[in-house]
Write a protein that binds this ligand. Structure first.
Ligand SMILES: *Cc1c(COP(=O)(O)O)cnc(C)c1O
Length: 394
């Protein structure tokens, strides 16, 4: 069946819910077993049934079933946040003495976890240029176990050659096992980037963004292709006490049902705003891979099946904080705030030089990141036009 049909029906079992279309928001910790035998069976099959609240409820399982189906994966694991989804596979696949390659353009807190946590436990971290492609082979070592990618990259939107990276990983199994390619696919979702078809082993997503879609819950999800990887990630997630909330998981499942139609409109709005931004004299460059002028456009066209509403601009020069404040503070529709993926438009200033080590940022700073939401693009453009006038005046 086609993707839109699967989004509407995946993980849906009205017959188990008294006929109701959606599952209940199951709240629970203890599960009561009728007999010793039933209890023992639950220990053996703890990931196929409801055995304890932390391991999942029928709400969690419905969300996970839907996400696995949408991604074409073996199973999904709901996590308490996007960041928890990022860290679980790293904890699952890396041990002291191992080496991990991490894209220089990853989401900041993912980088903090690698630099400040993994390194404390004896894992060596090397950051790589996100445009490296097949050249990643030169950075692989016998002890490399994971290549951690995010495409397009947070804030700077470099598109990675995922098939080339996956091919390099597949051709290079180390003495202690395969090199897993883990991808943060939050920007594109399964609708915009079929990650498993491009060679990725493990998909992580901040469901907080487009899956939940309404800025009202924190949620993450990991999707894997094999039972072996499922057990590794699920055990790591359980070991650190991961437990997404009942309400949040329900909101993730509810948001998922309208993902395709929301993204379709957001994409159209984003393209209109991006094209307008390209023509502004104070904009040196729009970082949005669907634009033909974007350096990642050729890869985006080849590998992606859609886009989302998150983009960045490089201004024509580095502006003082006062001028940036003049632009930002008067915006009526673009809220100044972290996160994205909801129905509303957002803006955030970002300084790319901070925190990068494998690449050097040579353009103006700060850049501005926009999330284009479901408002009418004409109103969004008018809001931005007034902002550029304030920037010029300052
Ligand atoms: C927001 C985000 C995360 C983290 O998600 P939270 O739900 O906020 O923890 C991870 N990766 C990317 C690319 C993000 O944008």
């Amino acid at each position: 069946m086609k993707r839109d049909t699967r989004i509407a029906h995946a993980g849906s079992h009205p017959e188990q819910q008294h006929g109701l279309v959606n599952p209940a928001v199951y709240r629970g910790s203890t599960v009561i077993f009728p007999t010793h035998e039933a209890y023992q069976r639950s220990r053996r099959h703890r990931y196929e049934m409801v055995s304890y609240g932390r391991a999942g409820t029928p709400t969690t399982m419905a969300f996970e079933e839907a996400m696995a189906e949408l991604n074409g994966g073996h199973r999904s694991i709901a996590m308490s946040s996007g960041l928890a989804a990022v860290t679980a596979p790293l904890l699952a696949f890396l041990s002291a003495g191992d080496h991990v390659l991490v894209s220089d353009s990853v989401y900041g807190p993912s980088r903090v976890f690698c630099s400040k946590m993994l390194s404390r436990f004896g894992v060596e971290v090397t950051y790589y240029d996100p445009t490296i492609g097949a050249g990643i082979v030169d950075l692989l070592r016998p002890e490399t176990r994971v290549i951690y990618c995010e495409s397009p990259g947070s804030h700077t939107f470099e598109v990675q050659d995922m098939p080339a990276i996956a091919a390099a990983a597949a051709a290079h199994p180390g003495p202690s096992g395969p090199v897993r390619v883990v991808l943060d696919n939050t920007w594109a979702t399964a609708l915009g980037f079929p990650a498993f078809e491009r060679g990725v082993d493990v998909i992580v997503e901040a469901a907080t963004k487009y899956i939940v879609g309404h800025s009202d819950a924190m949620l993450g999800v990991v999707t894997v292709r094999s039972e072996e990887d499922f057990l590794a990630v699920k055990r790591a997630a359980e070991a650190v006490g991961n437990c997404p909330g009942a309400e949040e998981t329900y909101l993730g499942l509810r948001g998922l049902r309208t993902l395709a139609v929301r993204l379709k409109q957001i994409q159209a709005n984003a393209l209109a705003v991006a094209r307008w931004l390209q023509d502004q004299p104070r904009v040196a460059r729009v970082m949005y891979p669907p634009l033909p002028e974007d350096p990642g456009h050729a890869l985006w066209r080849r590998d992606f099946t859609g886009a989302s509403g998150l983009m960045g601009i490089v201004l024509d020069q580095s502006y003082e904080p006062d001028a940036i404040a003049a632009f930002l503070d008067g915006l009526a529709l673009f809220g100044l705030g972290s996160s994205w993926g909801g129905y509303e438009s957002l803006v955030l200033p970002f300084e790319p030089p901070k925190g990068r080590t494998a690449t050097e940022w040579t353009e103006a700073s700060p850049t501005l990141r926009f999330h284009v939401g479901l408002e009418d693009p004409e109103d969004l453009i008018a809001d931005l036009a007034a902002g550029f006038e304030r920037l010029a005046a300052a």
